[in-house]
Design a protein around this ligand. Structure first.
Ligand code: PBG
Length: 322
């Protein structure tokens, strides 16, 4: 026998020596939910994740920063919703106040990313405004995203997560940011975002009342080639980072994107992916820590430079122990 691959697996030092991919705290982003409440509120379907009060949000952001996590991605949970999600574009929106609170607490050297999308703020739960006959109005929605992004930039966000899957959203937001003097604000484009069942727990987290589904704007899970088109368009419109979402059921799309895009590629391990592992681990059916590390490492192996995960702070602490 000439080749014996097991030689390189014989002990921990040898395995570490030849390891191809590593998790890093400074390439992870922690998504967080903020609401105007006195105490943090647990999210049943996402054990360990909460709707934060301003105080707990700030504390959690500080902790994440101290652990070396790159930054946070903030989602606002408003008390009032209306047909156009009007709160989203107000400087006093729950999201803008959350951004400001984190920015004031952690200083400049920490990434604060804002979710630029209307679904948290609309009474119908769709990611855009509707036409009279109830369809999601792509072009009318772009103006709302542009206003929302400027409000978030003014509040201190240094990155915009464009998660609405409207055509032309990257270009519209880029233009608005530049005009408002925010040429340095980064656009993280949710380029390949699929209409996924794995967003289920997120709907509880933001108390969305979505009726119907998002299949007229988010991608069909059966399509792979279509992601290349979405990525190409977002890059043409000025995306700085492109993202694939969800992550684990779409590792092929992450690998494709890494192979073709000349910008950093992010992947979002979404609420349902989190919930599945937490639920199985709570039953004692899988080893929680090993499963989390294996799942996140596989996202990196597929080609993601950046990972958005609700486990970011905990994993950062584990990496520090090692
Ligand atoms: C839309 C948005 C969603 C998620 C992130 N941004 C929900 C959706 O598209 O239905 C889901 C994130 C998750 O499930 O963890 N603003």
């Amino acid at each position: 026998m000439i080749e014996r691959p097991r030689r390189l697996r014989q002990n921990a030092a040898m395995r570490a020596l030849v390891r191809e991919h590593h998790l890093r705290a400074d390439s992870m982003i922690l998504p967080m939910f903020v609401r105007d409440i006195d105490e943090p509120a647990p999210i049943t379907s996402m054990p360990g994740v909460v709707q934060h009060s301003f105080a707990s949000l700030v504390a959690a952001a500080r902790e994440a920063k101290d652990l070396g996590v790159a930054g946070v991605m903030l989602f606002g949970v408003p008390e009032e919703r209306d047909a156009t999600g009007s709160e989203a574009c107000q400087p006093t929106s729950i999201l803008a106040r959350g951004i400001r609170a984190v920015r004031d607490a952690v200083g400049p050297d920490f990434i604060v990313c804002a979710d630029v999308c209307l679904d948290e703020f609309t009474s119908h739960g769709h990611c855009g405004v509707l036409t009279e006959d109830g369809r999601v109005d792509n072009d009318a929605t772009l103006a709302h995203y542009a206003d929302m992004a400027v409000v978030c930039a003014q509040a201190g966000a240094d990155m915009m997560g464009l998660s609405g899957m409207m055509d032309g959203q990257v270009g519209a937001v880029r233009e608005a940011l530049d005009e408002a003097g925010f040429a340095d604000v980064v656009i993280l484009a949710y380029s390949a975002k699929y209409a996924s069942a794995f967003y289920g727990p997120f709907r509880e987290a933001v108390q969305s009342r979505l009726e119907g589904d998002r299949r007229t704007y988010q991608q069909d899970p059966a399509n792979r080639r279509e992601s290349a088109r979405e990525v190409r368009l977002d890059l043409e419109e000025g995306a700085d980072i492109v993202m694939v979402k969800p992550a684990l059921p779409y590792l092929d799309v992450i690998a494709d994107t890494r192979a073709t895009a000349d910008v950093p590629v992010a992947a979002y391990v979404v609420s349902g992916e989190y919930a599945m592992i937490e639920a199985a681990a709570a039953q004692g059916w899988i080893n929680r820590r090993a499963a989390i590390l294996e799942a996140l490492t596989s996202v990196r192996r597929a080609g993601a430079d950046i990972i958005c995960t609700y486990w970011a702070a905990e994993v950062a602490a584990w990496l520090r122990e090692q």
